[in-house]
Design a protein around this ligand. Structure first.
Ligand code: MCA
Ligand code: AMP
Length: 497
């Protein structure tokens, strides 16, 4: 049996999950997960190692699907519940899955998808009262999870991690941040990324802690739940902390006092997925007395660097290497840089992913002598703390904690009949980190407004990929080779603010 299930068995009587439908123990989680595993093995078109995609709200159902697919020996592919059909269809086709499981809410959406892709759709509620014996068990070296991530080339790639990788990612964080079964956490993050799946949900399950799901982030509700439910932990992206600060500032004195009291009583609050502005860290500290623990990670590697749980947390720095993670900073030739010099972060360890799904060349190019090349540039201070300086590629944008590829968005924009050429860049923004912005050259006599563009794009791109700023230009800035110069495009936006 895989370790996360063994861990759950140790805490069978504890409350595991609270969601919009009720409260569930670890025993209920195990029972339902086994039913799902058995259903897949006996009643679905499933074989060991198959990808099983699923679309479900953040909930008990989602959690049992994740564990059930793992127990069956499948690769769990959690899909984004807010993605438009075009993005979902891409993921279904790329994974080549035979089975898609959905909760009640997404069944109709899934059925429509199934008309375009040949797969079996299983409704979660139909998985009931069947024999719960398993024909085969997963192996710890087997593939476990596939998460789609945007990169510097083409469409998003499936990042495949094994049970061993995941176990290593979880154990590292459980140890570093001292998770225990006494903990409880409010989960407000999307469940198709590592931050929400591993750092919050899987660490809670591993520890026998309680995880409460909020279906969609909403600042007022989060504060109310902090006040009502006395959580010990919270983890989010910087944009969420900004939103919570805005909500605090709009509240009256009495409510602010309750907000302060509730958060001061927590033991740890973590920020990650994007750079935490020092102003946000300071404001949060003034409200809650917590110095946010900032850490650094990536879909391909889990978490790699973290400020310490006990000890100095340095504003603007992402901390020190986590246990079990080897890190080096290298120059363009792959040689380690001198202390204090900037270099690319390369990482090695058990938590590093196995491969990009069916992209052998991309997988090979991502590694250098066994070290994974992150594409992030950092510098180390005298005390060994890392500071992220930026990314090698201007074509990667981080907005609201989501990583998006400028090239992928440009490819979609070019299919608009009014657009002759375009360049997408991320423009710095205190609340969102960066905001997706498009400079567009139109065909003669064509016209296009931002709202027209956004309306058109919403069936093709996830909401966070759709440009928020539009600049119509006569010509895009190009170099002598005719290549668009992205820094100059950014400058155009700054000039036209
Ligand atoms: C929404 N809005 C935006 C953006 N998104 N404006 C600019 N840029 C954006 N990216 C605007 C909307 O237009 C709307 O404006 C208002 O904000 C509310 O929109 P809504 O869709 O309701 O936003 P939201 O649902 O509140 O989303 C904000 C969010 C979300 C909760 C911060 O982006 C989120 O969950 N981010 C987390 C992503 C994450 O988990 N990443 C981890 C991947 P108006 O009101 O004017 O219409 S990274 C990872 O996993 C690695 C391993 C790591 O290190 O963690
Ligand atoms: P993703 O591929 O969505 O997992 O995003 C990973 C990327 O997020 C990293 O390569 C970094 O560029 C960025 N990132 C994550 N955490 C931080 C952080 N604390 N500070 C700055 N960038 C971060």
């Amino acid at each position: 049996m895989i370790s996360i299930l063994q861990q759950a068995q140790k805490n069978s009587q504890n409350t595991a999950i609270i969601d919009a439908t009720g409260s569930y123990t670890y025993q209920q989680l195990l029972t339902k997960s086994l039913q799902i595993a058995s259903y897949l093995q006996h009643q679905a078109s499933f074989q060991q190692g198959d990808r099983v995609n699923f679309l479900a709200q953040p909930s008990f159902a989602y959690t049992t699907l994740l564990l059930g697919i793992w127990q069956a020996g499948g690769i769990a592919v959690p899909m984004c519940i807010t993605h438009p059909t075009a993005e979902l269809q891409y993921v279904l086709e790329d994974t080549g899955c035979k089975v898609l499981i959905t909760d009640k809410q997404y069944y109709v959406k899934a059925k429509a998808l199934a008309e375009q892709v040949d797969i079996q759709i299983i409704q979660y509620d139909a998985i009931e009262n069947i024999n719960t014996s398993l024909a085969f068990q997963p192996s710890s070296d087997g593939n476990a999870l596939m998460i789609y991530t945007s990169g510097t080339t083409g469409k998003p790639k499936g990042v495949v991690t094994t049970h061993r990788n995941i176990e290593s990612q979880i154990k590292t964080l459980v140890e570093a941040w001292r998770w225990s079964k006494e903990d409880s956490i409010l989960h407000v993050l999307p469940l198709h990324h590592v931050h929400g799946i591993i750092n919050v949900l899987a660490c809670a399950l591993w520890s026998g802690a309680r995880c409460d799901f909020l279906t969609k982030f909403e600042a007022k509700t989060v504060w109310q739940l902090f006040i009502d439910r006395a959580y010990s932990l919270f983890m989010a992206v910087p944009t969420i902390y900004s939103r919570l600060i805005q909500e605090y500032e709009q509240s009256d004195n009495y409510v602010q006092q309750q907000m302060r009291k509730a958060t001061q009583a927590m033991r740890l609050m973590v920020s990650g997925s994007a750079a935490l502005p020092v102003t946000v860290l300071e404001k949060w500290e003034n409200i809650t007395s917590h110095t946010l623990l900032e850490r650094y990670g990536m879909t391909e590697i889990g978490m790699a660097l973290s400020n310490p749980y006990i000890g100095k947390r340095v504003a603007g720095y992402v901390g020190l290497p986590l246990p079990g993670v080897a890190i080096k900073l290298v120059d363009e030739q792959g040689d380690e840089v001198a202390q204090g010099e900037p270099g690319e972060i390369i990482v090695k360890g058990d938590s590093i992913f196995k491969e990009y799904w069916q992209r052998e060349e991309a997988t090979q190019n991502a590694f250098m002598q066994g070290w994974f090349k992150t594409g992030d540039i950092a510098q180390v201070n005298e005390e060994g703390y890392f500071k992220i300086l930026g990314r090698q590629s201007v074509d990667i944008i981080k907005t609201g904690g989501y990583k998006v590829s400028a090239l992928e968005i440009e490819e979609v924009l070019r299919t608009h009949p009014a657009i002759k050429e375009c360049a997408v860049v991320g423009i710095e923004n205190e609340e969102w980190g960066e905001v997706v912005s498009a400079a567009i050259q139109l065909h003669t006599q064509a016209s296009l407004s931002l709202s027209q563009l956004r309306d058109w794009a919403k069936t093709l791109l996830a909401a966070y990929k759709i440009p928020r700023n539009l600049l119509i230009v006569e010509e895009l800035p190009r170099n002598a080779m005719g290549k668009i110069v992205k820094p100059s495009v950014k400058y155009l936006f700054q000039e036209n603010k």
